[in-house]
Design a protein around this ligand. Structure first.
Ligand SMILES: NC(=O)c1ccc[n+]([C@@H]2O[C@H](COP(=O)([O-])OP(=O)(O)OC[C@H]3O[C@@H](n4cnc5c(N)ncnc54)[C@H](OP(=O)(O)O)[C@@H]3O)[C@@H](O)[C@H]2O)c1
Length: 257
């Protein structure tokens, strides 16, 4: 299938590691012109350089997506370099782990800024450019916690539902100019997973083995498996898909919806 992404300008945020990195690399393999960001300038420079081996125009900018001024600058620089923007993938680090008893007001505020407001700022700045492209797409990377809360991830469980509401609302408001979809990763082996495994009896391997028992496909996902779904949803091959929430979890969530 031709995804028709050659030379299409895309921005993937939080993309020097894990799921975001895999998405950026998959876009580059499809010959899209991909821009990335993350907070570490060194990591951004290294990842942009490795992306350029796949697609010569790839670029990157340091940006903390919690910072609205930095997000404005990020979108401005991306559009300046590429001459426009057709596709935005909204991603950020996961909010702090914790339970009702452990989460402080500061952590709640941080999770709100990181998980919800980053999406608001990115979409606000990108919207006019996505509209102008004539084939705009937004994909938000969220979590299966919107379908089934994950114990020990209270902040994710609570705030990702707000992102879900945002996406559903914008899919209607932005149609037909911009499609808006959400992907829900289940369990993937990234640094985020290592964070969740901290202090687990038996360590990371035991954590992965134990969590895999609940996954019908019997294993954690490879970030590239999620990336292919994100890239498909961003492409003209998904031109009739908007307002959708697509789960990529090896069958973990048993809910029929
Ligand atoms: N991995 C999973 O199994 C899984 C499952 C469900 C949901 N998710 C969610 O998917 C998202 C990505 O997860 P991941 O596993 O890929 O995480 P990861 O491996 O820890 O990578 C996080 C990436 O985000 C960047 N980042 C973090 N905070 C940022 C900020 N404020 N501004 C800009 N960039 C930032 C990091 O670079 P810097 O540190 O340099 O900024 C890094 O590139 C998270 O929201 C996570 O909760 C993951």
């Amino acid at each position: 299938m031709d995804l028709e992404l050659r030379d299409v300008p895309v921005l993937v945020t939080a993309a020097t590691k894990g799921l975001g990195q895999a998405v950026a690399e998959e876009f580059a393999r499809e010959e899209a012109r991909v821009a990335i960001c993350a907070r570490s300038a060194d990591a951004v420079a290294a990842e942009a350089s490795s992306l350029r081996k796949l697609q010569g125009d790839a670029t990157g900018f340091p940006c903390d997506v919690e910072d609205s001024a930095a997000v404005r600058e990020l979108i401005g620089k991306t559009v300046e370099v590429f001459g426009g923007l057709s596709s935005l993938v909204v991603n950020a680090g996961g909010p702090p782990v914790g339970t009702w008893k452990s989460c402080t007001d500061e952590q709640w505020q941080h999770a709100f800024d990181l998980t919800l407001m980053s999406a608001v700022h990115l979409i606000r700045e990108a919207e006019p450019h996505l509209r102008a492209s004539g084939k705009g797409s937004i994909v938000l990377i969220s979590s299966t916690s919107v379908r089934q809360p994950i114990h020990g991830l209270l902040l994710s469980n609570a705030l990702r539902l707000a992102v879900q509401g945002l996406a559903k609302d914008l899919a209607r408001e932005f149609a037909p100019a911009i499609r808006v979809n959400v992907v829900l990763p289940g369990r993937y082996r990234t640094d985020r997973t290592l964070q969740r495994a901290a202090g687990y009896p038996g360590g990371i391997e035991q954590f992965v083995a134990d969590e895999s028992k609940d996954i019908p496909l019997g294993r954690f996902g490879d970030p590239r498996e999620l990336a292919k779904l994100v890239v498909f949803l961003s492409s003209s091959a998904a031109s009739y898909v908007t307002g959708s929430t697509c789960t990529a979890d090896g069958g973990l969530i048993a809910s029929p919806l």
